[in-house]
Structure formats: C-alpha cells, structure tokens
Write a protein that binds this ligand. Structure first.
Ligand code: PHE
Length: 347
C-alpha cells in the first residue's frame, strides 16, 4: 500500500480509538507513538519518499501524529474524569465497617473484681516495679540471708552486665509484697492498700505452673489491728467473690513476714463442700496466704511495732480465675488465643 493510503487509513482508525482504562490507553500509545510504533515507522519510511511528494506526505504524516496525540489525550481526560466522579461519589461520612472489639482478659476481669470488693472496705491500689532489689522483695520482709526463696531456682536474678553472671541483688519480684515494703516506708499508718501485679518465679512451665503469674496482695496497718479483723475481711471477700454460702477455714502456716501465718481455704465452690475431683474429695480449696505483719517487718520499714499492728494477705489471680471460670490449663492465659479469650465476652 502506498504511504499515502496507509496514512489515510490510520487517520480514520485513530479518530475512532477507544480505551476502557489506563492500561488500554497506554497500549494504544505504544502501538502508534512509541519508538517502535506504527506512526514512527511511517516517519522512517518517509525518508525514502521522492522529493516531489515530500511536502504533501509530510503534512499528512504530521497531521496523523498530531491527531493521534490529541485523541490519546482526549481519552486520558475522559478516564480521569470518570475516576474523579467515582471518587466524588465516595461518601466519606458513611459509617465505617464495624471494628471487631476485643474482650477483656479473664485475669483483668478477676483482678478488677478483687480490687472492687476490697475497695468497698476502704482499700486503695498501690503499684511498684517488677524489676526490684533484694531489699524490697526479701530483706525488709524478714527473710533470712540464706532463705531458699532467694535461691536461683526460685528467683530470676538480673545480670548487671549482659552475659556476666555475677551475684546481683537486682531481680524480678517473686511476690508483690515488695510493693508493701515500699508503701510502708513512704506512708504513715493507717495504711490500707492492695498490691496487684505480675510476679515471676523460676518454675518449669506446665498446665499448673508458669514462670510468671499475677497476684493481688493486701496490707492493713493501723492501731489495734487484730487477727479477727483479718478473718472478717477475708470472709467478706470470699462471700462476695464466690457466693454468700461460701465458708472459709484458716490453717496454720509459715511466712517470714507474718506471725502468726495462715493458709486460707474456701469451701469448694464446685461441689459446694461435698467433695469432688477438683477439691480432691476434701471439700476445701486453698486460695491464699495471710497473717499478722511480723513486728520485724514493721520496724524495718520504720513503723513503730509497739503502736501499730497489721495484717497482710496475698492471692494468685490465676488461681481465683480457675476457680471462678474452671480454666484447666494455666498456659491458656498467656497464649492469646482469641477462641479462649472470646469466651469471656459476656463476663
Ligand atoms: N507473699 C506471699 C506469697 O507470694 C503471700 C502472702 C502475702 C502471705 C501476705 C502472707 C501474707 O506467697
């Protein structure tokens, strides 16, 4: 086909070009106008055109290139317009898709419930550091220097220089009684505080033990605080937490920081005290340790033990949660499995 005819056909073709999207448009640009495009090829051919036709064909060719460029620009504008109108149709005031809200962690639920119950009888919350020193965790709490709790088997010590294992007195607190020593050294009685928080012990992880868990400990120091006050407060707590029919029993025990000390059981809330597999047939389950604050502890914290006395108690939040919600494996609490966590949605 003579060059002139080719140009004429292309001129017609070009005026009817269409593109549904930017990719198609780009394909057209490449087809006609790129270095290897059809129109560029015609310009190459034009070099061989006899001189007498050059003027006419040159004009035609330029017209073709111009019209193609115009058509492609036109199509680009059209596409831009339709995109803009689509964006205009976007309703930015529309309510967004619902966001899936998480649920409160069962340990948080129970911790809050414990705090709520004790706050009704005047307790406030005190918090302290998880990375502690020996003095606040053991020393001021009347632990003998060689007490086994200080052993590496039970306590996580923190190396002062990374990789260098030297004896150190920096450790992860193994109970929140450390917060009690901090409160007693910084406040004057009457003191009535709850110390909730995470604690760490060097235990092998299993369904029944973990290397960290949560506690709520309590401390009351005032004039004339008696063991009867302690018993009454704990009975009140147990009934509020596990139901009005709950009974408690105190068994003698030992803690370095309390004297006398006791372990408290509640009547098994699963079988109602009749005896079941959960309470191993005894009808009782242990839930906390408690006692009267040892005068040595009061003195170590700068409180005159001749004027003041106090009681203290400490419980594991996991244990209370297990009793309330029958969670069989402690590891579930820290695995972050939403199938487990969602079950507490309505609690
Ligand atoms: N600190 C004790 C523990 O972690 C609990 C406790 C607190 C016992 C206060 C008696 C009095 O096991």
């Amino acid at each position: 086909m003579a060059l002139k005819d080719t140009i004429q056909t292309l001129l017609q073709q070009v005026s009817g070009l269409q593109a549904a999207n930017t990719e198609e448009l780009e394909a057209l640009r490449i087809k006609y106008l790129s270095k290897k495009g059809e129109i560029t090829a015609l310009f190459n051919e034009f070099r061989n055109v006899p001189a007498d036709q050059k003027r006419e064909l040159g004009q035609l060719l330029n017209q073709l290139r111009q019209q193609t460029e115009e058509r492609i620009n036109e199509l680009r504008e059209k596409l831009d317009e339709s995109r803009e109108s689509r964006e205009e149709r976007l309703d930015l005031t529309r309510t967004p898709d619902p966001i899936a809200l998480g649920t409160r962690h069962p340990l948080s639920l129970v911790r809050e419930e414990i705090i709520d119950i004790f706050s009704r009888i005047g307790f406030t919350v005190a918090e302290g550091p998880e990375v502690e020193d020996d003095k606040h965790v053991y020393g001021m709490l009347n632990f003998a220097p060689e007490h086994p709790a200080r052993d590496m088997q039970d306590t996580f010590f923190i190396e002062k220089e990374i990789g260098v294992q030297k004896p150190t007195d920096v450790l992860l607190r193994s109970h929140t009684s450390s917060v009690q020593t901090r409160v007693m050294t910084s406040q004057k009685p009457p003191i009535r505080v709850l110390c909730p928080g995470r604690v760490y012990r060097n235990e092998a992880i299993s369904a029944r033990a973990h290397c960290f868990f949560h506690q709520v400990e309590g401390l009351y120091v005032d004039k004339n605080v008696s063991f009867a006050d302690l018993r009454e407060a704990l009975l009140y707590f147990s009934k509020e937490m596990f139901g009005a029919e709950t009974k408690i029993r105190l068994r003698p025990s030992y803690f370095p920081f309390t004297e006398p000390s006791a372990e408290m059981d509640i009547s098994c809330n699963i079988c109602g005290g009749k005896g079941c597999s959960f309470c191993k047939g005894t009808g009782w389950v242990e839930i906390l340790g408690c006692g009267m604050v040892d005068p040595n502890v009061l003195e170590a914290c700068g409180i005159d033990s001749k004027i003041y006395s106090g009681y203290a108690f400490g419980m594991g939040v996991e244990r209370i949660t297990n009793l309330k919600y029958r969670v069989k494996d402690l590891r579930l609490f820290s695995e972050n499995d939403v199938r487990f966590l969602r079950q507490f949605e309505s609690c």
